[in-house]
Design a protein around this ligand. Sequence first.
Ligand SMILES: NC(=O)c1ccc[n+]([C@@H]2O[C@H](COP(=O)([O-])OP(=O)(O)OC[C@H]3O[C@@H](n4cnc5c(N)ncnc54)[C@H](OP(=O)(O)O)[C@@H]3O)[C@@H](O)[C@H]2O)c1
Length: 407
Amino acid sequence: MTAYMALEAYMALEAYMTSLPMALQKELSPFGFEVRCTIVKIKYMVYNLLPEFVRMIDWDDFNIQERKKGDKHSSNYIYKSVTVRVCCTMMLFICSVLALIGAYCSVCWLYDNLRTPVSLIVHTLLQTILPKRKFGAKYGEWAVITGASDGIGKGYAEYLAQKRMDIVLIARNEQKLNRVANEISNKYSVRTKVLVADFSEGQTVYDHLAEELLPLDVGILVNNVGLSYERAMCVEELPRKTVWDLLNVNVASVTMLCHMLVPSMKQRGRGLIVNISSLSASAPAPYLTVYSATKVFVRNFSMALHEELRPHHVQVQTVLPGFVQTNMTAFVANEHKERQVAKHLVQVEDYVRYAGFTMGKTDRTCGYWTHGLQYAGLKLVPECIRILVMKTIYNSLRAPHGVQKVD
Ligand SMILES: NC(=O)c1ccc[n+]([C@@H]2O[C@H](COP(=O)([O-])OP(=O)(O)OC[C@H]3O[C@@H](n4cnc5c(N)ncnc54)[C@H](OP(=O)(O)O)[C@@H]3O)[C@@H](O)[C@H]2O)c1
């Protein structure tokens, strides 16, 4: 049946259905019957849009019921409903399913993105009621920070010294470390300890670190050390040594230090571990492939460890920073000098002020509010779009003709 023929049939049927009940009404009313006619008009356009199988559906419906005398509520009706019932039911069903999926996704997204602000508000309110406990008393005397001589790590070291914690600073460059340690101890009158370690050396560094750290009452561990690319590039363009360094510095250091310090924290029934992942862990990042994958490892490891240590009152916080102005992001600023990108990157002091405020209050944070919005925005779109966004960002940061591989 073509659309045109179906329409003709429909019009004819409608005319017939309109006149029949009117005639019946006249004929049957002396015998106490009431005839009613209900017509649900289907607009021509809508009708024409319907698929053929729907147009061929039996669309009229008669019901004749006998009216019991004197019963107002059960009159005898002759119904005529020219409706595309099945079609409506199907559309209703599809709409309900879509609405349910939409509601479910909205609830998941809201939960994912509002749990951090909500938990921050709740903790801040609780802190105004409950007596304030200093970080040292709550977690332990010492805070250990890896990659503490510069950037975000140095920021965390200062923040925690401000909270009157003694600080262990770990990095490669002894001179830089001593300078930062002196600055901190002079400014905040706390004890500092410098440990020189190069995490790219792999397994060998941990024996020395264990000797120095295990005797201390370590309350906070900030696994901050991280290595990225000098600029965005394809996997095969990375020197083999850099690939190993990325794995040793970004993955092994976090895993090994947690493995080393968790037993004593568990034993004391207190402690806080802060693992620095990255916003690039929220989607696979082409041209920063290995780096972003190591940060996914940190995120997953950290979130799983949080659940594992929850019964032992040891907290684990996962931090997912966006771009912060440090040595690591110098190439981003250089690449887009003309757009003055550096100006728009978050400053370390601002970043650490926000991220520090969330310590002990929430198990996952981006650290800074604009990064939180970026994370929420990324989570709003399907993964393929997120990958595309990452690809566009990092593709713009590649060398114009690729990078010469040096092994
Ligand atoms: N900056 C950002 O926009 C950004 C964004 C997302 C995530 N993150 C993450 O945040 C963390 C800190 O980044 P950042 O930007 O502050 O980095 P950064 O400015 O480059 O500082 C890195 C720190 O790690 C130390 N370090 C580097 N390689 C080391 C090694 N092999 N062994 C021991 N120490 C080493 C450095 O000191 P020495 O050179 O003296 O050893 C320095 O103290 C990283 O995990 C990074 O992935 C940063």
